[in-house]
Design a binder for this molecule. Structure first.
Ligand code: AMP
Length: 216
């Protein structure tokens, strides 16, 4: 299956993406992860992306689309993929449509996680990431067993630079103005699935799986 996961920052996309990746056996492609990986390796792409990410702004479409295009032609995407954090505006969605058309493929479903602004702000303040393996935790609902330490690998947990309050407000505005219109875009194509993302993660996942059955 070819799936897009939509939702505001902090809506739980990363958590759901890991479950979908395992169950459906498709690669999880997160543009945010690709940028963070480039930043940590000090690549040219990382240096360019960093300027925008640290201000809570979108990385320019030209760079983002080309990264996704080169990832989608890799062999592990032949049977499908799960895009997380891409597309983030209409221009990116149209670019994706064109690329898929060229490959004679199409998106099967777009999963939209609906979460209120209040919940998002609370969740983002509690988010912690492992500095070694990248695992995500949340002090509100997914606490590590030992404060500040990753359950999986023992690495130190940190707050993502762009999860700091001043940047979070920019990210939420960008979402509202640029990403939110994608909901109508995909509704119009008849492939939008909206799921209540306020529920516990396992319930959200159950709803996603039930809804995806219709699109298989
Ligand atoms: P995320 O981990 O998906 O929340 O992404 C972190 C940051 O990476 C975003 O706030 C943007 O600055 C950048 N980013 C991720 N995906 C995209 C995208 N599709 N288009 C532009 N910028 C992106």
């Amino acid at each position: 299956m070819r799936i897009v996961l939509l939702g505001s920052p902090g809506s739980g996309k990363g958590t759901q993406a890991s479950c979908i990746e395992k169950e459906f056996g498709i690669p999880h492609i997160s543009t945010g992860d690709i940028f963070r990986d480039n930043i940590s390796r000090n690549t040219t792409i990382g240096a360019e992306a960093k300027k925008f990410i640290e201000r809570g702004l979108l990385v320019p479409d030209s760079l983002t689309v080309s990264i996704v295009e080169s990832r989608l032609v890799e062999e592990d995407c032949n049977e499908g993929f799960l895009l997380d954090g891409f597309p983030r505006n209409i221009a990116q969605a149209e670019a994706l449509d064109k690329d898929l058309e060229k490959m004679e493929k199409k998106l099967d479903a777009v999963v939209n996680l609906e979460v209120s602004a209040e919940t998002i702000i609370e969740r983002m303040a509690g988010r912690r990431i492992c500095s070694d393996c990248g695992e995500s935790y949340n002090l509100c609902f997914l606490k590590p067993a030992v404060d500040g330490i990753c359950d999986k690998c023992g690495g130190k947990l940190y707050i993502r630079e762009d999860d700091k309050p001043e940047t979070v407000m920019n990210r939420l505005n960008v979402y509202k103005n640029q990403t939110f219109p994608l909901i109508d875009y995909y509704k119009g194509k008849g492939i939008l699935i909206s799921v209540n993302g306020e529920q516990p993660a396992d319930k959200v996942y159950g709803d996603i799986c039930r809804a995806l059955e219709r699109f298989k």
